[in-house]
Design a protein around this ligand. Structure first.
Ligand SMILES: Nc1ncnc2c1ncn2[C@@H]1O[C@H](COP(=O)(O)OP(=O)(O)O)[C@@H](O)[C@H]1O
Ligand SMILES: C=C(OP(=O)(O)O)C(=O)O
Ligand SMILES: [Mn+2]
Length: 454
């Protein structure tokens, strides 16, 4: 276990106490909801999960998001895990338990049970099981990944890694390609497979024009969460009074041309999405395999508003493997798996900045979805390889000088800034942050420090 900021140990006695609180609460209800679902599209390695809920809508969430047994098919045999979600109850003894708040999300791997108290976030159901997949799968040499995946007409698979809000869901919904999944995947000896059976898209500023597939997926059985509703019962995706993290969950088959089964071959392209709030990183750059591992372990991006308590504007962070919150083992364990798989399958790696350009947050603006999509298309159709590249002085990234319809002045981030000195200062600052962050990985068996910025 990677104990630290993310995973906090508790004693078996505290777990039992939380469990009892949840069970007593559930026993006071007249009705409970039970769903048996799978996590993992690969039948050989999928896990059986049972959810017990007090809220019908939470039950609908897991029905949308996990893999449903075929119609008429029941999940038999022992479950790999059971989640008791008592969201409307809280842990009143949190101070006595030395915990942070009355919210508790607690896992007992020996008893194969998790308890959720005090949080109503639908995503909690899936992210807890994702954390377990991050614990189980590496034991069998399978890489769990916080990424979306899709496949092109010639069978070429692409992965899009990224922390919350960086564009996994938005950019993997591509009319030219079949969607495998938008958030959690595994990479085994056969290729890539989805853990989930649905998608969980952000609804902030959602429009049919910029994100048509997602907009149109909001139809019967899709479920909106924390979205404002106007007087005429129509959702208002531009009203963020509840939170900026408004969501919709829907089964994967709401996306036209989704890939069935949700499995595909080894990835040809691996893309790291970063939402750079400083506006320093290029919109697209090609990484050497060493740079890919350095960037993967660093996981530089920003937390977007509404995803964590206290985050109200984009805030720079280093989230290892682009999903530190879900890692149960040390980041270098996942990096070793990535290294082995990238080498074996000769996959290319790219860094794509879906964040700011022309200045940091407050000065510049967020990269347009249109420009980001143009960069991604050029990677996926291979045309980026026809570009002439230049090397970034500080980060050492190879940046294309021209690329299809993308404004060449955006491709080199310094050109996009009016104030060149301010750019240099911001780039130096960010480089220093990378180096400071990476110190904690420099004594690892495989030290990737040399692939970082100067
Ligand atoms: N250049 C861009 N690329 C991708 N998404 C963008 C971009 N600019 C704005 N966005 C918005 O950022 C959000 C990305 O969220 P999402 O795709 O759900 O991220 P993730 O799946 O990684 O959590 C969406 O609301 C999208 O409309
Ligand atoms: C559900 C989540 O994942 P993502 O934002 O990456 O879709 C989340 O982080 O709450
Ligand atoms: Mn998402």
């Amino acid at each position: 276990m990677w104990w630290g900021d993310v995973n906090k140990p508790i004693t078996p006695e505290i777990f039992d106490d939380l469990y009892e609180t949840a069970i007593n609460h559930m026993n006071s209800k007249e009705k409970l909801y039970v769903a048996d679902v799978y996590c993992g599209a690969n039948k050989a390695t999928r896990r059986k999960v049972r959810f017990v809920h007090e809220m019908a809508w939470q039950q609908h969430f897991v029905t949308n998001m996990f893999i449903r047994p075929e119609q008429g098919d029941e999940i038999t045999g022992e479950h790999d895990f059971t989640v008791i979600n008592a969201c409307s109850e809280t842990n009143k003894k949190w101070k006595e338990h030395n915990l942070n708040s009355e919210v508790a999300v607690a896992f007992n791997i020996e008893k194969k049970v998790a308890v959720i108290l005090g949080t109503w976030y639908g995503g909690e159901n899936k992210k807890g099981i994702f954390s377990l997949m991050n614990y189980w799968l590496p034991m069998n040499g399978i890489m769990p990944m916080h990424c979306s995946a899709n496949v092109g007409k010639s069978g070429d698979t692409a992965l899009f890694f990224g922390l919350s809000g960086t564009g996994k869901t938005t950019l993997s919904a591509d009319p030219e390609r079949a969607l495998i999944g938008d958030d959690e995947h595994g990479w085994d000896d056969d290729g890539v497979f989805n853990f989930e059976g649905g998608c969980y898209a952000k609804t902030i500023d959602l429009s049919e024009q910029t994100e048509p597939e997602i907009y149109r997926a909001i139809t019967q059985n899709a479920m909106l969460e924390n979205v404002a509703i106007k007087d005429d019962n129509v959702p208002d995706y531009f009203d963020t009074s509840k939170t900026q993290n408004g969501r919709v969950s829907y089964p994967i088959f709401h996306i036209p041309g989704y890939h069935e089964p949700q499995q595909a071959g080894h990835p040809k392209n691996v893309i790291f999405l970063t939402c750079d709030a400083y506006g320093v990183l290029p919109p697209v750059s090609k990484l050497t395999s060493g740079q890919a591992l350095y960037q993967f372990v660093s996981g530089y991006t920003s937390k977007v508003a509404g995803t964590e308590r206290g985050i109200t504007e984009p805030t720079a962070t280093f989230s290892a493997c682009f999903g530190a919150a879900f890692l149960t083992l040390h980041p270098t364990r996942y990096a070793e798996l990535l290294q082995e798989k990238l080498e074996k399958h000769d996959s290319s790696a790219y860094l794509v900045n879906t964040g700011w350009t022309g200045g940091g947050n407050g000065v510049g603006k967020r990269m347009s979805i249109k420009d980001t999509r143009a960069c991604i298309s050029a990677i996926l159709d291979g045309s980026i390889n026809d570009s002439e590249f230049e090397t970034d002085d500080i980060f050492g990234f190879a940046m294309p000088k021209t690329l299809g319809t993308v404004d060449p002045n955006v491709l080199n981030p310094k050109n996009a800034w009016a104030d060149k000195e301010a750019y240099d200062a911001a780039a130096q600052k960010l480089s220093g942050m990378f180096k400071e962050n990476f110190k904690k990985y420099s004594d690892a068996e495989n030290d990737y420090t040399k692939y970082g910025p100067l």
